[in-house]
Design a protein around this ligand. Sequence first.
Ligand code: ZZB
Length: 260
Amino acid sequence: QEYTALKLRVKEWSEKAQTALAGKLPEGANVYFVPATLRPETMYGQNCCFVGPKIPYGIYKVTDNEYYFVSERAARNMAYQGIFPQWGVFPKVADLEGSDVVGTLVDAPLSVHKEGVRILPMETVKASKGTGVVTCVPSDSPDDYATIMDLAKKAEFYGIKKEWAELPILPIIETPEYGNLIAKTLVEKMKINSPKDAKQLADAKDIAYKEGFYNGKMVYGEYSGKSVQEAKPLVRQSLIDAGEAFNYAEPDGVVISRSG
Ligand code: ZZB
């Protein structure tokens, strides 16, 4: 699986993270949350970024002033893809749980929300996939739409400020059959009531991927008017050229036998 790993720079840590990180990072160091995505062309629509509240994460040193917040599994994979300077080495400077960083303000590259977006909890993040960090695009991802609605509805229960989950959702891609907010359309049409409706959400995700890729047209950003198929590699490359993203490959879980 070939992902685009995006760099969301921390602007302000949550209180819990500030306490946990005291003295662990050099002055002026940049820390990035690094979500893995298959949809770089949707990055204009980022309106928060998710972590699993109970998942363990680390902050790993890449250079003297650049650090990544990812799962240990992802850091290890990255260390064998030339992402860290020394092959196979991924120095950890801090341990944090997802819940510690909820409320942190980050800068999401290309996002319409220039003032930054918040780190929010998502119960369905899988620790064993990608980087364990998931950027939220509620216009085009049904999982993200269902989660953000639930967070806004039960903000107190989740221990977040309601307004963190209420940033405007802007159209990024237009499809002939599902309009310009495909995730919202599918969630409503399929009567998905909660992020826990796993089966329907998997079906909705499947439709959204196919419709977006084969019939989608950009209606926002530099490549507005182009098809999603054309825009996808262009957005990806411009993020990489700007130093705001890099390629991250996921080993597909196949165990390679050395004896056979
Ligand atoms: C932004 C985005 C925008 C995404 C979209 C999807 C969509 P797949 O196909 O199963 O490999 N993701 C990444 N890591 C995790 C994780 N650890 N746990 C849960 N979800 C994760 O899924 C890849 C997509 O799943 C990634 O691309 C990421 O969300 C999420 F408009 O990033 B995506 C129709 C989907 N649209």
